[in-house]
Each structure stands twice: as structure tokens, then as C-alpha cells.
Write a protein that binds this ligand. Structure first.
Ligand SMILES: Nc1ncnc2c1ncn2[C@@H]1O[C@H](COP(=O)(O)OP(=O)(O)OP(=O)(O)O)[C@@H](O)[C@H]1O
Ligand SMILES: [Mg+2]
Length: 370
């Protein structure tokens, strides 16, 4: 297995810049996910690593080898990059058996029959599909077809595995199951994997690190919890779930430790403290993120001194099984709260939304459009 390094990688189509100066290192054995809204440049980035698309700027290396360098006009074609690929449409061939589908990359590489039998059997065993070897490919469920596609990508022992929305054709339950299975295989084999999805929870569940992209640029790279709890800017904050993003002015700033500062802030109809990554000058505008699951509703306003509070009125509620989503009208606009579904809240009730200071995270800049 190898690492993958992208240095200032760009791709333009005419005057349109689809991928803009991407710097990224995927370490050996690491599972890294490109995540972002439709059109942000995920597939284009993956295709440039694969060699299916040529970068118009920057340099890409796989292991010790530079596979593409725009300034030197160097370009290694896809078949010489030794990459396994799995795409959204699994593209397993309907006229072939499972065995022949998985054997295909080896036949192209003119391996011997004995070698093919051994490697295909091993790849099918990895994805627990050896019992299906002689089945015609169409006589498989979506999840089974997906496993065949993964076996086919693994069979020639690629240096790196590239996957573009490989689970998006599956139903929700199978998607979870296949995601977990794939992650287990990936860990067991220590495969360097670059994965593309626009599904936030899939990215969170599978990845060692997540790369959030927007408009062709990297917004943030970090472990899933880091990205979720400590977004770097309003765009990343707004991307995950339905956070409350409240504009506020900074009045004071004090360092807590080397990773956090405490900010005293004033919003529209509320004031309090929150945390942030870097020092912010008083007078600056920040966006304070409060996740719905970190907020609660206090009928009588009961709260710690340090908690943040917003007075409001319940506008509507939605029962979601384990939780109840509650929208509260406040002076600062609507706020989302995820409450336990056992609680009783009536539309029109005057209540107080409460959130602990440590669950409020501030980023510099204005709130992104929702
Ligand atoms: N061959 C092409 N010619 C012109 N524009 C292109 C071409 N390929 C991609 N683009 C544009 O580049 C941008 C990025 O496309 P890309 O397919 O990388 O997005 P994506 O992040 O994978 O989106 P999705 O989640 O919808 O798959 C889009 O605006 C797309 O229209
Ligand atoms: Mg795509």
C-alpha cells in the first residue's frame, strides 16, 4: 500500500475552475473521505488521482512515484497507476459470472489461470462471496453486487483504493451494513482509501479523516469529531445537520488551553460565553454554532449561571421516534432543539432554550446562507 499526495492540484474546464489548489496527503492505510455538496469537485479530484482526468495545475504522487505534474507535462495513464476503483454504478458485467467479473482485471493483465483462480478465490473470500462464484452477476442483490465490485477492485492488490459514492444505490439499511463491512475489510487489509460521498453520516462513520470541500476548495481537514464539534468556518458549520448559527459580537477573549479560547459574546437578545479555536478581537463578528442535540428546553428557565439562554415560543414540533424536533421562535430567529420524544411541549408555550457554554462553538465570519 502507498500514500497519495496532492500538491496544489487544480482542474479547469475552460474558464471554470472545478478544483482549485487542493493540498492533501492520504497516509498509508488511511481512510480519507472527500465530502461536500453536489458540484463541489469531489469526483473530479478522485478522477485526477485515478488518471481519468488530467490536472491542469499541481502535482499528484502515489507512493514514491509522481503520476502527474502539470508544469512538467508528466502524466502516467490510469492503467499504470495500480489503483482499485469502485464507482456508484458498480459496473459489474451482467453477461459474466461472479468469478469472471472478479477475474477480469487479472485476465487483462494476462495472469496465468492458476494465479487467477487463487487470487479470485481469495478476493471473494474477503467479501464473503466465495459461495456465489458461479452465479450469473444479475442474480445478486444490490449489496452482493457491491461486494463483487469491491472484490474486483481488490483482486490485483492495488496500491490504493478509490471509491466514488459506492453505496449510494443501496437502501438505507444495506448502506449502513455495507459501509461497516467495507470499513472492516479496509482496516484488516490496511488499504489506503480515498472515498467520495455527499452523505455526512457515512463520512463520519467510515473515515479516519474527512476533507470538507466547497466550490472546488478544501474548507477543512480533520477527524470526524473535529469537523463536527470544531468546524473551522461558517460553511463547514452549516454543512452538518441543522445547527443553530447565531450572529454575535465579541466583547472579550481569554485563552483556555492551546486549542481553545473562551469568548464573551453578545447576540440579539442574548449574551454569554462560548468557545473558539483562535483568539478573536473584541468588536469582531462571529457565528456561534449550537447543535440541536446540545440544546434543551427549560420550561421555567432553570439553568446554570454559565449556560446560554434564549427566551422564545414553541412554533412547531415534529415527532421523530427517539427525539422530538422542536422549532422555537426567538428574537434571533428560529432555533432548532432536539428534545427527548417523551417530553410534552405544546405549540405556543413560552419557554427558554438553554445550552451549555462548552457546546457553543464560535467561528469568525458571518453566518452562511441556509
Ligand atoms: N467534463 C466537464 N466539463 C465541464 N465541467 C465539468 C466537467 N466535469 C465536471 N464539471 C464541473 O465541475 C464541477 C465539479 O464536478 P464534480 O463531478 O467533481 O462534482 P461532485 O462534487 O462530484 O458532485 P456530485 O456530488 O454531484 O457528484 C461541477 O460544477 C461540474 O459541472
Ligand atoms: Mg460526484
Amino acid at each position: 500500500m502507498s500514500n497519495v499526495v496532492l500538491e496544489k492540484v487544480s482542474r479547469s474546464f475552460g474558464s471554470f475552475v472545478a478544483v482549485d489548489g487542493v493540498d492533501l496527503r492520504v497516509n498509508e492505510g488511511e481512510f480519507v473521505t472527500l465530502l461536500g455538496p453536489s458540484g463541489c469537485g469531489k469526483t473530479t479530484t478522485l478522477r485526477m488521482v485515478a488518471g481519468l482526468e488530467q490536472n491542469t495545475g499541481g502535482r499528484i504522487s502515489i507512493g514514491d512515484e509522481i503520476v502527474s505534474d502539470a508544469t512538467r507535462g508528466l502524466f502516467v495513464p490510469p492503467e499504470r497507476r495500480r489503483l482499485g476503483m469502485v464507482f456508484q454504478s458498480y459496473a459489474i458485467w451482467p453477461h459474466m459470472t461472479v468469478f469472471e467479473n472478479v477475474a477480469y482485471p487479472l485476465r487483462v493483465r494476462r495472469r496465468s489461470n492458476a494465479e487467477i483462480r487463487e487470487q479470485v478465490t481469495r478476493a471473494l473470500r474477503l467479501v464473503e462471496m466465495e459461495a456465489f462464484a458461479e452465479r450469473p452477476a444479475p442474480a445478486l442483490s444490490g449489496g452482493q453486487q457491491q461486494r463483487v465490485a469491491i472484490a474486483r477492485a481488490l483482486v490485483f492488490e492495488p496500491k490504493v483504493l478509490l471509491l466514488d459514492e459506492p453505496l449510494s444505490n443501496l437502501d438505507a439499511k444495506l448502506r449502513l451494513q455495507m459501509g461497516d463491512e467495507f470499513r472492516a475489510i479496509q482496516k484488516r487489509l490496511g488499504m489506503t482509501s480515498l472515498y467520495v460521498t455527499h452523505d455526512q453520516s457515512e463520512a463520519m462513520a467510515l473515515s479516519d479523516r474527512v476533507v470538507v470541500m466547497h466550490g472546488g476548495r478544501i474548507q477543512q481537514i480533520g477527524a470526524p469529531e473535529e469537523i463536527y464539534r470544531r468546524p473551522a468556518n461558517p460553511t463547514v458549520a452549516a454543512f452538518f445537520g441543522t445547527p443553530n448559527l447565531l450572529e454575535a459580537n465579541v466583547e472579550g477573549c481569554a485563552r483556555i488551553d492551546d486549542r481553545r479560547v473562551r469568548l464573551d459574546v453578545v447576540g440579539r437578545g442574548w449574551r454569554g460565553s462560548c468557545e473558539a479555536a483562535d483568539e478573536v478581537r473584541p468588536g469582531q463578528v462571529v457565528t456561534v454554532m449550537v447543535r440541536p442535540e446540545d440544546a434543551r428546553i427549560a420550561a421555567d428557565g432553570a439553568a446554570n449561571d454559565q449556560d446560554l439562554r434564549w427566551a422564545g415560543r414553541i412554533a412547531h414540533t415534529v415527532f421523530r421516534g427517539p427525539t422530538r424536533s422542536i422549532v422555537v421562535e426567538t428574537e434571533d430567529g428560529p432555533m432548532n432543539v432536539d428534545a427527548p420524544s417523551t417530553g410534552h411541549f405544546a405549540v405556543g408555550d413560552n419557554i427558554v432554550v438553554v445550552a451549555p457554554q462548552r457546546a457553543a462553538w464560535a467561528v469568525e465570519g458571518q453566518r452562511a446562507a441556509r
